[in-house]
Design a protein around this ligand. Structure first.
Ligand SMILES: Cc1ncc(COP(=O)(O)O)c(C=O)c1O
Ligand SMILES: N[C@@H](CCOP(=O)(O)O)C(=O)O
Length: 474
């Protein structure tokens, strides 16, 4: 299988080369030339697999055998060894129509660990086996950065620089990133918002001579391998919810409700559904930064005013993976995607209507939860089920409440542990106990460089950080 760009100007690439390229060299996003389809028979075989086995099956459909089976197994085992739950992503039933897929059992307590602990192992493997220099550049609203740093800290042949918005991530997120004192880690705290950080790194990735000279690699969901790793828990959740439904499984439809910002997580669900997983509704849950809700309701995709909310990781206006969705919406017509993206760049908006909008509305449901609504739901679920939602998960539960209908059940994705967002939880006077790994962060020193919202300054920092690195092949 080869990979091509949504904008059609990149020669087809193999799997590892696609991962190393990250953002397509034409500014588009890489996608598989064809999406593998999974038969009902295969789904039936897969339903008894544990998470790691499922990962290997799904990954193997996309990786062209470029990683020998034994090596892949070792990578997967190493990636999930640090997870606190043996199931990796367990599913809890809250009531007859609501199941929670807990994605926060990795080392940094957010769903990003599922893909990023794997990516850390993967990059290390590629560095050793191909002698590639791996200089990771990423932007974060808090969780990607923490998980990516954790995945590569101290690893030979790899350096990582993460841009986060200054004073716009939670205290725990900031500590998770900035208390890491390994020499291969650089935290830049940018006086701007997440969209600024993402724009700067995309501009640097688009400068092909700078990217090549400095061996820049992506860990954000612009990188297709992130999307792929995230599809695994859609399959896993579907199978576990079906198990728990028992004899009711045949008569119930299964929805997923996914807290969304950069559109990577929900796009993984879109991909899983295209592969043949019979998910019913794909529900996008956002906070008041509701560009995706506005798009699904009206067909207009227009970044609006940035809102600071209780779910800061989803304080995102420009949803990176939207372009991948657009590609499939436009029937894989890369010329049309390029036109739409050029229009977005020049006019600040794009618009779909008529049959296209009808298709969007048949494929996606979306709700932008209000700040107060999120807090109210945290309070309600704590008191009714003794289950503490984090504020991002609460947006997903709000969307479940809005869209789940008779004959359906919903797997709402818990994308973070509430301890990461105690600022919000405290507002409703709930006192939570912190996991020890989080409690011990406050005593540690922090290492970060605060900089202006300025690409030239980021460039200078990177040139100094990456200078003189070489790597040899194992
Ligand atoms: C806790 C949490 N929930 C949800 C999201 C949204 O996920 P995505 O960016 O893949 O849409 C993020 C990050 O964006 C997050 O950190
Ligand atoms: N919420 C994310 C934003 C970046 O998303 P990504 O999926 O593209 O890495 C974060 O925590 O940084």
């Amino acid at each position: 299988m080869n990979y091509i760009s949504t904008r059609g100007q990149v020669e087809p690439k193999g799997f590892i080369d696609t991962v190393l390229m990250g953002l397509g060299e034409d500014g588009g996003l890489m996608v598989p030339e064809t999406i593998p389809s999974v038969s009902a028979e295969t789904l039936n075989k897969w339903k008894g697999l544990e998470f790691r086995e499922l990962f290997i099956e799904i990954f193997s459909l996309y990786a062209n055998g470029e990683i020998p089976e034994n090596d892949l197994k070792e990578l997967v085992d190493a990636s999930y060894a640090s997870f606190r739950d043996p199931e990796v992503t367990p599913v809890r039933k809250l009531n007859d129509s609501l199941y929670i897929l807990e994605l926060f059992h990795g080392p940094t307590f957010a769903f990003k660990d599922v893909a990023l602990q794997f990516m850390g192992e993967f990059y290390s493997y590629v560095s050793k086996t191909r002698g590639e220099i791996i200089h990771i550049l990423g932007a974060t609203s808090g969780d990607t950065g923490a998980a990516a740093i954790q995945g590569v800290r101290g690893k030979e042949g790899i350096k990582i620089c993460i841009l986060h918005p200054h004073e716009k991530v939670s205290k725990v997120q900031e500590l998770q990133m900035t208390t890491v004192n390994d020499k291969n880690v650089l935290n830049l705290s940018v006086k701007g918002n997440f969209d600024d950080c993402q724009r700067i790194i995309k501009e640097l990735f688009s400068d092909l001579s700078f990217k090549g000279e400095h061996h820049l690699r992506a860990i954000n969901s612009i990188n297709f391998v992130r999307i792929l790793a995230q599809t695994v828990y859609y399959f896993y959740a579907y199978f576990r919810v079906s198990d728990q439904l028992g004899s009711d499984a045949a008569s119930k439809k299964i929805n997923v409700s996914v807290p969304s910002g950069n559109f990577g997580n929900i796009f993984s669900g879109f991909l899983a559904k295209k592969m043949g997983l019979p998910i019913n509704k794909l529900i996008i849950a956002t906070n008041e930064n509701n560009i995706l809700e506005r798009f699904v309701q009206t067909g207009e995709y227009r970044p609006g005013e940035f809102r600071k909310t209780h779910s800061p990781s989803m304080d995102i206006q420009v949803a990176s993976n939207f372009e991948r969705y657009l590609y499939y919406l436009l029937d894989e017509d890369s010329a049309k995607v390029s036109d739409y993206m050029a229009q977005l760049a020049s006019e600040g908006r794009i618009f779909v209507e008529g049959e296209l909008l009808e298709r969007v509305q048949s494929e996606l449901h979306a709700l932008g939860a209000k700040n107060e609504q999120g807090l109210e739901l945290i309070r309600k679920y704590k008191s009714e089920y003794d289950y503490l939602l984090d504020p991002h998960t609460a947006c997903g539960v709000a969307a479940y409440e809005a869209f789940n209908e008779e004959g359906e059940v919903t797997a709402a994705f818990a994308t973070a542990h509430p301890a990461k967002f105690d600022e919000a939880v405290r507002l409703i006077n709930i006192v939570q106990e912190f996991p020890v790994q989080i409690a011990e962060l406050v005593a540690k020193d922090q290492f970060q460089t605060v900089i202006e919202n300025d690409k030239a300054e980021v460039t200078r920092q990177l040139e100094a950080f990456f200078a003189g690195d070489t790597v040899s092949k194992a």
